[in-house]
Design a protein around this ligand. Structure first.
Ligand code: GAP
Length: 462
């Protein structure tokens, strides 16, 4: 049944996400706000499940990881020390002089077959004039200027440069500035990591492709501190952990690729970076998560700028600044990949059906419970009992008594609920006493049904 084009698949995923309460355009009733999206009831459930599973895998199940939740607003000096206020975190931007639309100058040059890597703004301007490069609407372009991607704001009532702060463009720096605090309070042994999940903001010139490039998003990041001599061994272990994480999200091997960033494209402080790419329908392979060896660059920069030691002291008194490995994941990109991978169309009972083949641990609802008929009080009462039992056990249990059973199955399939439970007359022991206190459990992927004792339900669907 999956013979639609990949672009169709992406459009169908976006449409299902809107229709079924996963993702809405931000500020929709006011015409929206570009680069922002709101997660609806099912979207927040899926997002939370992704984040919970990540935390379980990378923090709770390990002895070498420590959690952190740093403030979004940080002293502005942090971003000077990290290099984010400079050209390293800016893109060259030009404007269509008629429509005011903004474009990445390097992208426009690239479309014209010119590599703008390393060009100064003056060189970009000269090339635009020389090659007569216009905006996509055919209009003249403004001179290029560096556009920094950080959102600026003012703190408190202070006006002027002293009060300026930024919305963090990555969670990572909150980890570096707390390195000493974690070492002093937790006495971790190297190698160890500090993990954080939180919002990040980037004033992208051209937000695009649904949740792929947005201005407000969430990251799940780890800074993993190692001895320099140990970086290669630890890099391989973490790389394998990232591979396991993507499998845990249900992403197939065929849709994941590791892109080894070539030496000349690496940041000056990075000795190795791998981009984990996902094969997004209609877009092809693009970055899902990044994994970089950043040497001791970050801690040394903060040590120089703050004047505070970032050294780690071994039990024998040896002092040194640890090196760092950084796995960095975007929650929205993981969310998109999970939905694209799960989106399935097949034929059941002669009808086309759409369902989300989500792993059980990610599905917004683990199970839906319904009475066969909603106008039979004894069925409803018994179904409510089963619902309450499972609700206490799992939390994410849906009550669904709308329409007939077939319609309920389709509705739950479309949002990825792995099991539907129906309480019928057999459950009450009215038609077949041997089935008393058993229910029908229907499986999402196959449509097959089984009778299971109520007392065994929780263990069965766990
Ligand atoms: N601390 C390293 C860092 O932030 P990055 O490659 O800029 O590295 C890491 O970002 C991840 O954050 C990306 O792999 C992507 O998943 C996500 N990400 C970055 N910018 C994003 C944006 N504008 N919209 C959505 N996700 C984004």
């Amino acid at each position: 049944m999956n013979n639609q084009s990949p672009t169709d698949t992406m459009e169908k995923v976006v449409s299902l996400a809107k229709r079924r309460g996963f993702v809405f355009p931000g500020s929709e009733i006011y015409g929206g706000l570009k680069g922002t999206w709101d997660f609806g009831p099912l979207g927040v459930a899926l997002n939370n499940n992704i984040k919970r599973e990540w935390w379980k895998m990378f923090v709770d199940s390990r002895e070498d990881m420590y959690g952190l939740d740093a403030a979004i607003l940080m002293n502005a000096t942090v971003w000077e020390a990290s290099g984010h206020t400079g050209a390293g975190f800016a893109d060259p931007m030009v404007e269509d002089t008629k429509t005011g639309e903004r474009f990445r100058a390097d992208h426009l040059l690239k479309d014209g077959g010119i590599d703008a890597e390393g060009m100064t703004l003056e060189e970009i301007d000269a090339t635009i004039i020389e090659r007569n490069i216009k905006s996509p609407s055919g209009n003249p372009l403004s001179p290029a200027r560096q556009f920094n991607l950080m959102f600026e704001t003012m703190i408190g009532a202070t006006a002027g440069p002293g009060g300026q702060v930024y919305l963090r463009p990555e969670t990572a720096q909150g980890i570096f500035v707390n390195f000493k605090n974690v070492v002093d309070t937790m006495a971790p042994k190297l190698p160890f990591g500090i993990a954080q999940i939180g919002k990040a903001f980037r004033n992208e010139i051209a937000p695009r492709e649904w949740l792929f490039r947005v201005r407000e998003f969430e990251q799940m990041e780890i800074e993993y501190f190692v001895k320099e001599s140990d970086w290669e061994a630890q890099f391989e272990l973490l790389r394998q952990a990232i591979v396991r994480w993507h499998a845990h999200l249900g992403l197939s091997d065929a849709n994941i690729r590791e892109y080894e960033v070539p030496g000349n494209d690496l940041a000056h402080y990075s000795k190795r970076t791998i981009d984990f790419e996902y094969n997004f329908p209609g877009k092809g392979f693009d970055e899902l998560a990044g994994f970089a060896y950043r040497t001791d660059h970050d801690l040394k920069s903060h040590m120089a700028a703050s004047g505070k030691s970032m050294e780690y002291i071994e039990s024998d008194g040896t002092r040194f600044v640890p090196h760092v490995l950084e796995p960095s994941f975007g929650v929205g990109r993981a969310f998109t990949a999970v939905l694209c991978e799960a989106y399935t169309e097949d034929e059941m009972n002669g009808e086309v059906r759409t369902y989300l083949k989500l792993p059980n641990h990610l599905a917004p609802y683990r199970v839906a419970v319904s009475p066969l008929l909603k106008n039979k009080p004894r069925l409803v009462e018994k179904a409510r009992e089963v619902f309450s039992l499972l609700k206490a056990e799992f939390g994410n249990v849906a009550w669904d008594d709308n329409g007939n059973v077939g319609k309920r199955y389709r509705r739950q399939d479309e949002i990825g609920t792995p099991y539907c439970i129906v309480v019928d007359f057999d459950t009450l022991g009215e038609e077949a006493p041997e089935h008393r206190d058993t229910v029908t459990v229907r499986h999402r992927d196959t449509g097959t049904q089984e009778r299971i004792a109520i007392t065994e339900l929780a263990a069965y669907i766990r």
